[in-house]
Design a protein around this ligand. Structure first.
Ligand code: TRP
Length: 395
């Protein structure tokens, strides 16, 4: 049982881990991040309120209680994750990913809650959920399986009206049916031959839809790749103006420290034994389709779970800084963002920076995505580098 700390009158500052709620904690993080991303105080407040409303009852859950369920959004099961998307010459865009059905009694109810919340957002902002409605029977069976039912991401642009994305679970009908579900869903949305331009992957992770006011709404398929060399990673995309092998190799070298054909990094586990490699999360690729005339993707993103490759967030931040500079982007907002979500030092944990991503989309300059954990519940301790662990063991 979780011990309830004594109530200390006057100590209930917003987001205080002992007395605050999940909603207060994440709303405060969003307010601070909004300023860093160049949003007005009014817009940030509207978005913070939207986040809390979309979370529903779990927003009121005190942080001294454990997470309501094992949300797959983040490692400590906070059902919220922030990200900054960087583009040259402008302030980064703040996004928030959330699980509206977090805390639901079962996956079916989780999915129903997610749909209800998305439709409410659509009513409020006057966009259509038509494309999602068309897929409801494929992704929301009576007894869904898998690590999520529905996630929603809000792109928090100036003006108080976000762009919205829905993330669905290809394995809702069981992992062995995931590929078939993706193929059917693509087809139903008019991307008749898109499925065959997807590369091989180890698993279909997410099926995502842009909803709302997008210039070119995308349908996106996310694949997991357990072991991948840099040349293999570079060969994953069929998009016309995609990244070349050199660019992908450099991205992997900067983000993981790999120097050649393998994605390597500190292999030592916390006990110094080289066990981590097999436990690493996979690389992920995302293939975006906008054009129904051709079957080819118009967007490609590669994601590296840097938290499984680097010993602590100090190194993740240093590598993200190198990467942003390499693309002519200002890394200062990322430094400010980490300080805005936590008072801990980056070196004192790993996973605050969950992923780094490199996105190519037709007609746009490349973007760098940085995923920032809320850490509402837990900080993963830094990994002990192998040399240090050996020195400790040999003492
Ligand atoms: N937490 C999950 C994972 O690590 C899903 C996820 C959250 C994710 N944010 C992401 C996956 C960003 C890719 C990129 O896989």
């Amino acid at each position: 049982m979780t011990a309830v700390p004594p109530h200390i009158p006057g100590a209930e500052s917003i987001g205080d881990p002992d007395t605050g709620t999940l909603g207060e904690h994440t709303a405060r993080q969003l307010l601070r991040l909004g300023g860093i991303a160049g949003l007005s105080a009014t817009d940030s407040k509207v978005y913070a309120r939207t986040l809390v409303e979309a979370l529903g009852p779990v927003a009121d859950r005190p942080l001294r209680l454990p997470p309501a369920d094992d949300s797959f959004i983040s490692d400590d099961h906070t059902p919220v994750e922030f990200s900054l998307s960087f583009e040259p010459g402008t302030a980064p865009t703040l996004r928030v990913l959330l699980e509206p059905g977090a805390g639901a009694p079962d996956p079916a109810e989780n999915g129903r809650t997610g749909l209800r919340v998305l439709r409410r957002l659509a009513d409020r902002w006057g966009f259509s959920t038509g494309r999602l409605d068309e897929l409801e029977d494929l992704f929301f069976p009576p007894a869904p399986k898998g690590p999520l039912a529905l996630w929603c991401a809000l792109e928090l642009r100036p003006g108080g009206v976000p762009r919205v994305k829905a993330y669905l679970n290809p394995a809702a009908n069981g992992a062995k049916n995931a590929a078939r579900t993706v193929r059917k869903a693509l087809k139903r949305l008019g991307h008749r031959h898109a499925f065959k331009s997807l590369p091989d992957g180890d698993r279909h992770l997410f099926f995502a839809l842009d909803l709302g006011d997008w210039a070119e709404p995308r349908v996106k398929v996310y694949l997991a790749h357990q072991e991948l060399s840099a040349p293999q990673a570079a060969g994953l995309t069929q998009m016309a103006d995609g990244p070349d092998a050199g660019e992908i190799e450099e991205f992997l070298r900067i983000t993981t420290g790999a120097d050649g054909d393998g994605v390597t990094g500190p292999d030592a586990g916390a006990d110094g034994r080289p066990a981590r490699r097999l436990m690493r999360r996979p690389l992920q690729s995302c293939h975006a389709f906008t054009d129904r005339q051709t079957s080819l993707p118009t967007g490609f993103t590669l994601y590296v779970p840097v938290r499984d490759h680097l010993p602590h967030d100090g190194e993740a931040l240093a590598r993200a800084t190198d990467l942003l500079k390499r693309y002519g982007m200002d890394p200062a907002p990322l430094h400010h963002a980490l300080a805005a979500v936590t008072s801990r030092q980056p070196e004192d944990g790993v996973g605050l920076v969950a992923y780094l991503g490199l996105a190519h989309q037709e007609g746009r300059p490349p973007r760098i995505m940085t995923y920032i954990s809320s850490e509402a519940y837990e900080v993963r301790p830094p990994a002990v580098p192998r040399a240090e662990a050996a020195a400790v063991a040999g003492r």
